[in-house]
Ligand binder design. Structure first.
Ligand SMILES: Cc1cc2nc3c(=O)[nH]c(=O)nc-3n(C[C@H](O)[C@H](O)[C@H](O)COP(=O)(O)O)c2cc1C
Length: 376
């Protein structure tokens, strides 16, 4: 197998079936770790293999173990570290990162899945495994056979930034700023600039942990609509995949930050992958009450709708707010939407009806509003 294919086939696995990894495969993986390069060849890695149920249980106190029965605690020896004299940067994390990548790729070659974990509690690991102060537990590599198979190697087309975003020649160029400068959708009161990956956390917080959340999610007003975790929101069905923040699949969807007077006041997106040709579904939320009721949302919806109509030949826009969100419904009607009794079969692609047919609020509670550019 060529290297790029193996690299694309590696993916993070967060569910294992518990089958033990044969010793010869583990030896192979550890040998791959051994030959990793390190600064000045100091080889600071110290790897503890946790396989006993008691050891796995100890790791489980520091982080989820996803059903694995083999966890590598990758530590680094902090004595004798290589420090760059110019800015005191320590090479240790780089060394461990390379070791971990060797491990994950070697594991994948043997059809063993992995997740590299940095967010565990190091003190729990230190105590549980008798690790001295000068050894830092740096990463966990949780290994095993995936309970739901491996992700497609093709996912990088949408889950990674395009090369142009991360590689530049001869001098540094701020790519995302470039895109933002050159691509602005202008409304009367607001501008829409393409959202980028750095905006994801804000976009999530604005939707689910801001003043405006109560108008569309979570208790007390929406007791049946639990607030998703950030990970669920950006990966699951109905969530926002990275391409909404990269712009790599403009035909399928894209997110935009709403700007008023230079301030970021909300998020608006269109989603087209799940609807029939020439249709698109819009969604919008503001980040504070101060930005609601001033026509900013209405203006953003009109601007994005016109943009989609003129550049992508979108003829029908769909919005599906909660029927009880009167303010949202009023704003959409002001933007030219009308209540519709259209059934999901009339606008969704057949294969998405079961996942998306009920809308975010369930069949009974979701209103369907449509704005049509079709001249009759
Ligand atoms: C240094 C590092 C730390 C990570 N820490 C965690 C973690 O604490 N928990 C987790 O679930 N995934 C963690 N990951 C996995 C990343 O979320 C994952 O690699 C990334 O989303 C890309 O997905 P992919 O590995 O499937 O290509 C980490 C990855 C790296 C490289």
């Amino acid at each position: 197998m060529d290297f790029l294919r193996l690299a694309k086939m590696r993916c993070t696995t967060r569910g294992f079936n518990g089958t033990a990894i044969p010793q010869n495969d583990l030896d192979y993986i550890l040998s791959a770790a051994r030959v990793a390069p390190s600064a000045c060849n100091r080889q600071p890695q110290r790897i503890i293999v946790a396989r006993n149920p008691e050891s796995i249980a100890k790791v489980a106190k520091a982080y989820k173990t996803f059903g694995s029965s083999c966890i590598l605690i990758v530590c680094r020896d902090r004595r004798n570290e290589l420090i760059r004299p110019f800015d005191s940067k320590c090479s240790g994390d780089l060394d461990i990162g390379i070791v971990c990548d060797h491990i994950m790729l070697a594991a994948r070659e043997r059809n063993i899945g992995s997740v590299m974990v940095g967010l565990f509690d190091p003190n729990i690991i230190r105590t549980g495994f008798d690790i001295p102060n000068y050894i830092e537990p740096t990463a966990l590599l949780i290994l095993g056979y995936p309970s739901d198979g491996f992700l497609s190697p093709d996912r990088h087309e949408t889950e990674r930034r395009p090369l142009d975003d991360t590689v530049m020649f001869e001098r540094y160029v701020e790519q995302s700023q470039n895109e933002r400068d050159s691509f602005v959708i202008k409304g009367d009161k607001v501008d829409l600039i393409p959202a980028i990956l750095e905006d994801k956390t804000d976009v999530y917080e604005w939707c689910f942990h801001s003043e405006t959340t109560k108008s569309h999610a979570g208790p007390p007003d929406y007791p049946d609509h639990a607030i998703p975790s950030r990970e669920e929101f950006f990966s699951g069905v109905g969530g926002y995949h990275d391409y909404f923040f990269i712009g790599s699949r403009p035909k399928d969807g894209r997110g935009f930050i709403i700007i008023h007077d230079g301030a970021r006041i909300g998020f608006i997106s269109y989603t087209s992958f799940h609807v029939q040709e020439h249709k698109s579904e819009l969604d919008i939320w503001m980040n504070s009450e101060a930005h609601c009721g001033k026509g900013f949302g209405t203006d953003a919806i009109i601007a994005l709708g016109n943009y989609l109509h003129t550049t992508m030949d979108i003829q029908e826009l769909i919005m599906r707010p909660s029927a009880k969100n009167a303010r949202a419904n009023r704003s959409y009607e002001k933007a030219g939407f009308q209540k519709s009794d259209m059934r999901p079969e009339e606008y969704l692609l057949e294969e998405y009806i079961s996942d998306f047919g009920d809308g975010d609020y369930g069949e009974d509670e979701s209103a369907v509003l449509v704005k049509s550019f079709i001249v009759v």
